[in-house]
Every structure is written in structure tokens, then in C-alpha cells.
Design a protein around this ligand. Structure first.
Ligand code: NAP
Length: 241
């Protein structure tokens, strides 16, 4: 039987490319999405056409604990067991002091911190039985303090702390690592001017933006690195130096 990985936020962008790469390596994929139903369906159709029953879809708004529980129940009611989990889904927007509400706090903490922890709790027995791994996707800006993003950064910082704490707690059965991307893609629905882009690239020693492939390569590495746990892998062209 093929190994199966649950990737959150897998309908588009980095999550989609990770899903396609694990699929090409022979994994079956549980594609989680929230609003991107059409993109998720078309990705699952593409995989299932190539390999029967290789992709399953689960929809959930990860800010909502009930929806996280339903996602878990849906996977379990299909008698599906997972071997790996990538916590990739993320809400990202600025929250300057003086402007945010509790709703903003719940949304940014929900997808970036609370849901990853509760998903790990729900699946840890399966992951333990299957000698699985977890990859949390964080952000290089945790160390760089991106201005006006205190809630998002606190959530991603928490996710990095969880990575280390759970790597120790779940060893020797489950490896838990994180990838901290630098400047990879423009934020959703944003187009940087060439001036903005050049300024960002200027701060990167390797003098380019990253690509989805750079993150995918790191995820594949961590999936195979059997003596690596509790690590935060910066994929940022050296920006954090
Ligand atoms: N892009 C970068 O340069 C960069 C830099 C640093 C860190 N990262 C991290 O790398 C990961 C992937 O980045 P990305 O730019 O590809 O991510 P993204 O496009 O901003 O978001 C990925 C997916 O997260 C899902 N999502 C957002 N809020 C959700 C919620 N409340 N419930 C459920 N799903 C939710 C969305 O799914 P739907 O579309 O289905 O709603 C979205 O497609 C993220 O964790 C991000 O923080 C990225």
C-alpha cells in the first residue's frame, strides 16, 4: 500500500507543488483546502486520473475547531491512515497596533498555530504506528520581526516552538521538523512593483526570490532524513544571515 500524506492548504501555490512532488514520489495525498474548491478538485482529478484513488479532498476552515474535528472525522471515517502531515495552510495579513480585533487574533492564531497542534494531536497515534513525520511551515521573519505583523509572527514563532517541543515529546516514533521560507512568492492577491521586488532581492545574499521548488526540495529532504528531528530549516537564500 502507498504511503499517504495530509497537506493543509494544498490547492494552490507552495502547498500544491508539495502535493504534486510527493505524488510523483508515489505517495497518496490528502489534499486539504478551505476556499479553493475548484483548484483542489482539479488537482485531485489530475492525480486520480494518473493513479486511481491516490487523492482525497478535505475541506475545512482551520480557524474553526469544529471544522478541524470534522476534517479528522472525515479522514477516519474513510478508514484512512496517514503516514505524514505537512502543516502548510496559513492566514497572512498585517495587524498594526491600534487596528486589530480578537477576530484577527483568532484567525491568525487558528490556521498558523492552533490547528497545526490539534491536527498533530488527532493524528499522533497513526503517525506513531506508521513511524511518520511532521513538517510545519513557518517563516524566516520570525527572527527578523516583520513590521506590522505581530500576531502572525507570534503564531509562526509558536509553531517553531511546537516543532522543537514535539520533536522531543514524540521521539523516537515521529520526526517533527519545520521549514522557514524566506521571500518565495508574493502574498496572495498582491503584485509587488519591480522596485519593491528589487529591494527584497537586494537583501538576499543569493540574489533571487525563492521558488516553490526550493521549498519542495526541503520538504522531500526532511521526509527522507531519518536522523533529523526538531530542526528549523531556513530556505531563504541566506537572508537570515
Ligand atoms: N509565500 C512566501 O513567500 C512565504 C514566505 C514565508 C512563509 N511562507 C509560508 O509557507 C506556506 C505556504 O505559503 P503560500 O504563500 O503558498 O501560502 P498561501 O497561499 O498564503 O496560503 C496557503 C493556503 O492556506 C489556506 N488557508 C489560509 N487560511 C486558512 C484557513 N483559515 N483555513 C484553512 N486553510 C486556510 C488557503 O487555502 P484556500 O485557498 O483553499 O482557502 C491557502 O491556499 C505558508 O505556511 C506560509 O506562511 C510563505
Amino acid at each position: 500500500m502507498n504511503k499517504r500524506i495530509l497537506i493543509t492548504g494544498a490547492a494552490k501555490r507552495i502547498g500544491k507543488e508539495m502535493a504534486l512532488s510527493f505524488f510523483k514520489k508515489g505517495w497518496d495525498i490528502v489534499i486539504h483546502f478551505n476556499a479553493s474548491k475548484d483548484e483542489a478538485e482539479s488537482l485531485a482529478d489530475q492525480m486520480n486520473a494518473e493513479r486511481f484513488n491516490s487523492a482525497m479532498l478535505v475541506q475545512a476552515n482551520l480557524d474553526n475547531t469544529n471544522e478541524v474535528e470534522k476534517l479528522v472525522a472525515k479522514i477516519q471515517s474513510n478508514n484512512i491512515s496517514i503516514d505524514a502531515l505537512i502543516n502548510n495552510a496559513s492566514t497572512f495579513y498585517p495587524t498594526p497596533i491600534g487596528t486589530f480585533s480578537e477576530e484577527n487574533w483568532d484567525a491568525l492564531m487558528g490556521s498558523n498555530l492552533k490547528a497545526p497542534l490539534f491536527l498533530i494531536q488527532s493524528f499522533h497515534k497513526q503517525l506513531k504506528k506508521n513511524k511518520g513525520f511532521i513538517i510545519n511551515i513557518t517563516d524566516i521573519n520570525v527572527d527578523k520581526a516583520l513590521v506590522n505583523h505581530s500576531i502572525y509572527l507570534a503564531a509562526k514563532s509558536g509553531l517553531q516552538t511546537l516543532t522543537k517541543a514535539l520533536a522531543k515529546e514524540l521521539a523516537p516514533h515521529i520526526r517533527v521538523n519545520a521549514i522557514a521560507p524566506g521571500a518565495i512568492l508574493e502574498p496572495p492577491n498582491t503584485e509587488w512593483t519591480s522596485e519593491q521586488k528589487n529591494k527584497i532581492i537586494d537583501a538576499v545574499p543569493l540574489k533571487r526570490m525563492g521558488s516553490e521548488k526550493d521549498i519542495v526540495d526541503a520538504a522531500i529532504y526532511l521526509s527522507e532524513a531519518e536522523y533529523v528531528t526538531g530542526q528549523i530549516l531556513n530556505i531563504d537564500g541566506g537572508k537570515s544571515l
